[in-house]
Design a protein around this ligand. Sequence first.
Ligand SMILES: C[S@@+](CC[C@H](N)C(=O)[O-])C[C@H]1O[C@@H](n2cnc3c(N)ncnc32)[C@H](O)[C@@H]1O
Length: 232
Amino acid sequence: MKISRKILKFTEPLTYRRGWRRAQRSLFRVPLAPMLAHIDRERAREIQQRYMNSTAGYAKYANIEPWLQLNRERVQDLNLHRSSPKRVLDLGCGGGFFLFILKNLGHSVLGLDVERVPLFGELLELFEVPRLVYRINAFEPLPDLGEKLDWITAFSVNFNLYHPSKERWGTAEWDFLLHDLQARLAPGGKIFFGLNPLYNGGYHTPEIRDLFLSRGADVERERIFFENGVRL
Ligand SMILES: C[S@@+](CC[C@H](N)C(=O)[O-])C[C@H]1O[C@@H](n2cnc3c(N)ncnc32)[C@H](O)[C@@H]1O
């Protein structure tokens, strides 16, 4: 088989999945305007202007509309815009864009993050999204969250980095977290991670990919989805 055909064959399922998601998004739309009507637009403008000339990496989040659009896609791709109300915990929730949309769709939401970036605190306040201030550390269980959850999500994950070395978690750290998260899920609960790229452009080492697969995840590049929870 020619190399070009081999590559085509390899990429087909991915292309197909992406195309399917795009089509679904345009079929079942989620208008943002009614959601934005609930926030203090004056305050949003003030935040945006204050960070406009900031060189801080996170200042980009002050311009909220593109981030809401990106997070709308995340919501749509997980089909949470067409679901009955769920209890959702978002790890490393940042400014709370994803949870703001979910809250407006009737879900019950909680973010978890460190309190390092003042802008994130301001956005969470603007969006009226609750956040539990907590640092996820390797081999440490999350605090008591009270109720069981239907969904646990994490996008652009970077809690899996050691500081200051920036070394990434290995399989043992991930497996500990997976066990801990599974214990927080209600029956039928789901977990989704959107991973950040590694320095070499991939998203996970082969060992971590194998761990995710062995624990029941669907792995599509950066998208790690435990639709039926974690297989223990
Ligand atoms: C790249 S940002 C992504 C934010 C958000 N999930 C999004 O996609 O817009 C990563 C987030 O993870 C948080 N984070 C990093 N390390 C963490 C840790 N150890 N525990 C909890 N949150 C952490 C950061 O504070 C930041 O909000």
